[in-house]
Design a protein around this ligand. Structure first.
Ligand code: NAI
Length: 680
């Protein structure tokens, strides 16, 4: 066996004359197709073209997977279409040459095979994939505001047919090896132990390629494409408006216009992705991706390996936190003063597990990890103790005082409080520095962010361990200081209150929600308030009102007094039927206030600036990340600060001042605006 080594690639030739191309990208755990990886591959393919071997197998030497995609960090350098086009055309050239090799070529896939990695696999004649839980295949570029750009648009449709390929490319979802086999994306899905044998067999006795089914070839026909394309556009429009997310529409256009001529389609794919990748949406979504990586990295460094979590309080939050930790593999004991609360959580969690885990045995195993513990026996064994009882400082203090002597000295002691400063809670502890906030959001299974709340007293190592634990349960840790509302609630409350003031001015509720959706929020503020619970909104608003300029609308108080608490009581601002808000239609001819969107959004932006100035978060990046992952703030805008910088600090400040003149003190620009310009 001969071996040639490059910086990122290694070539071995076996006695059958098969060339094995191993990718092991230098200085990283994950293979990505950075420009230098592609350039090296180009040089290798050049020599293979000159002296073709019996066959080529492309594989990864990383335990983490095959290839995760292009190097997303390089996208931030694509400031013009021309710069992006150089990198895209290079990859096209290399992948086209792989496709043209006269010998069998096989991608041997184990673990993730995504984006550019999938496109490289599609340039091979055959693909074999490990049939295992780690294998994930997909073309998720749309999540970054682009579409496949290394020949993947043409090759995926040719290989799997337009419906399966578009489904992957338009939703960005990933599939396992078996599903990929059913779609025709891979030729074999085999257990790991047979993977090499399967790849080798493809080279030694290459099977004939099965053509696409007749009906799938038919829909690619020129006269039918506009019809199918319109169906696809309608589906996309329901999720992603074209103004905000141009990539899926560009992808559908490509297929509709150019599918007859693969060379032209490849060329147009390159033009389109180069254009998209330097656009505002893609640059913002790339920023969101990199922010997410930044938060993940905060939980990576700490050498902390907990096994047992003890949760006290089996209510809305404690129950969900306990279930989530059990789902993520931890042993969890759950304590509550009421046995019915524990029984409720067990029932609710079983429902959740059945939804998210396909295998029944695994559901049983996960349920076995969640142990009702009315007496709190788990306290002394736990590595992480999370308190999620009533939001009452005295009740919480009494609890902390009684449990501190029972818990292990090195265990984390955390509170899920959403509004009480840690320094008001840790006074009863013999070691106050051990108390940290782990502020989860509701619903825990859907909200990716956890605020790691620290007071000046909190031990830095404890905070780091809390971040590490958060990462281990697959959530994003965001360090925040223990100031009223922390980051997310402090941003959200003024926005929700402004929406309620608009409602008091008789603006139709659906119109208020529609304005926020148009801006790009995932849910309107009125429906969000109903979903969070109006009692909770009132509680948080009153709490924050003590330290902030928050006017609590009278209607909110009245509704809470009347027991109209929102989704959970079946009635709030909206009526709810089958858990869906029944939104009364906006009266025809109604003209909404011109400044409604500004009123809603500027309350959030101004508070974001205040949080940053007030060092609730340590950087603008953390503020943007927290607000995107904690509130769903329009991701294609890259976060409130990215949005302000994109629009220009001065013109944005002027708009805010106009609102202040019209509506008074609640729009007074925070003094942080004055120094913002220099922070770009
Ligand atoms: P909840 O009222 O649904 O549940 C509280 C549970 O704690 C009840 O089952 C109660 O029986 C139990 N409990 C009270 N005192 C106890 C004690 N001494 N020992 C054992 N069990 C006790 O409350 P929820 O909404 O789950 O809130 C819990 C905490 O989470 C609060 O601090 C709240 O501010 C915070 N939070 C709430 C959010 C929400 O959306 N509900 C979001 C984020 C944080």
């Amino acid at each position: 066996m001969t071996i040639t080594t490059y910086n990122h690639w290694k070539i071995t030739r076996d006695t059958d004359g098969i060339t094995w191309l191993h990718l092991d990208k230098a200085d990283t755990n994950t293979n990505v197709l950075s420009n230098d990886v592609v350039i090296e591959l180009g040089a290798i393919v050049e020599t293979l073209t000159q002296t073709p071997p019996k066959g080529v197998v492309i594989l990864s030497d990383k335990a983490s997977g095959f290839i995760a995609g292009a190097d997303i960090k390089e996208f931030t350098g694509y400031t013009t279409k021309e710069i992006a086009l150089v990198a895209v055309r290079r990859a096209h050239q290399v992948f086209n040459r792989i496709e043209d090799l006269p010998c069998p070529t096989v991608a041997m896939i184990s673990g993730f095979c995504l984006g550019g990695g999938m496109e490289l696999a599609l340039a091979c004649k055959y693909r074999v994939a490990e049939d295992g839980p780690k294998t994930k295949l997909g073309l998720p570029e749309v999540k970054l505001g682009i579409h496949p750009g290394y020949g993947g648009t043409v090759r995926s449709i040719r290989t799997a047919g337009v419906f399966a390929a578009m489904d992957l490319m338009l939703t960005g979802r990933t599939v396992d090896a078996r599903a990929a086999k059913r779609m025709g994306l891979v030729d074999h899905a085999v257990p790991l132990r047979q993977l090499r044998v399967a790849a080798r067999a493809m080279v030694i006795t290459p099977p004939a390629k099965r053509p696409l089914a007749v009906w799938l070839r038919l829909v690619n026909y020129r006269l039918l494409r506009p019809w199918v394309a319109n169906i696809l556009r309608k589906k996309v429009a329901a999720r992603a408006p074209q103004d905000h997310y141009p990539a899926p529409y560009a992808l559908i256009d490509l297929w509709q216009k150019y599918y007859d001529d693969p060379f032209l389609m490849l060329d147009q794919e390159a033009q389109s992705i180069a254009q998209l990748s330097c656009g505002h949406t893609a640059q913002s979504l790339v920023r969101v991706f990199l922010l997410q990586e930044q938060l993940k990295a905060l939980g990576r460094s700490e050498d902390f390996h907990p096994h047992h979590v003890h949760v006290i309080g089996a209510g809305v939050m404690g129950g969900d936190i306990a279930g989530w930790c059990a789902l993520r593999g931890f042993t969890v004991t759950l304590q509550d003063q009421k046995k019915e609360a524990l029984a409720n959580v067990i029932k609710r969690t079983h429902g959740l597990f059945k939804k998210v885990i396909k295998d029944r045995l695994l559901v049983t195993r996960a349920m076995d990890r969640l142990v009702p513990d009315p007496k709190g026996n788990g306290l002394k064994r736990a590595d992480v103790v999370i308190e999620a009882i009533f939001e009452d400082a005295e009740v919480k203090r009494t609890l902390f005082k009684s449990i501190e002597p029972q818990i292990k000295p090195q265990a984390i002691l955390a509170t899920n409080t959403s509004s009480i400063p840690l320094d008001e809670l840790n006074t009863v502890l013999t070691k106050p520095s051990r108390l940290v906030g782990l502020h989860f959001f509701n619903p825990v299974s859907k909200m990716p962010l956890v605020e790691i709340v620290q007071s000046p007293t909190t031990d830095k190592t404890v905070a780091q361990q809390a971040a590490a634990f958060t990462k281990q349960i697959d959530r994003l840790p965001l360090p925040v200081s223990s100031k009223p509302g922390f980051l997310v609630n402090r941003i959200l409350m003024p926005y929700l209150m402004e929406a309620m003031l608009l409602a008091e001015e008789a603006v139709p509720l659906a119109s208020i929600d529609a304005a926020a959706l148009k801006f790009g929020m995932p849910m309107g503020p009125i429906e969000l308030a109903d979903t969070v619970g109006l009692d909770i909104c009132l509680h948080v608003a009153e709490n924050l009102g003590k330290s902030m300029n928050i006017e609590v609308p009278a209607r909110l108080r009245q509704m809470v007094q009347a027991g109209h608490l929102g989704r959970k009581s079946g009635r709030g601002f909206y009526e709810f039927k089958n858990d869906k808000a029944l939104k009364p239609a906006i009266p025809s001819g109604y003209h909404q206030p011109d400044d409604m969107e500004h009123r809603l959004i500027f309350r959030m932006l101004n508070e974001a600036v205040a949080c940053w100035r007030d060092t609730v978060v340590e950087s603008i990046d953390h503020a943007d990340a927290g607000i995107i992952f904690g509130t769903g703030f329009a991701p294609f805008r890259g976060g409130p600060f990215h949005y302000i910088f994109h629009m220009g600090v001065k013109p944005m400040l002027q708009l805010l001042e106009q609102l202040q003149q019209r509506y008074g003190a609640r729009f007074t620009p925070d003094r942080g605006w004055a120094t913002l310009d220099s922070k770009k």
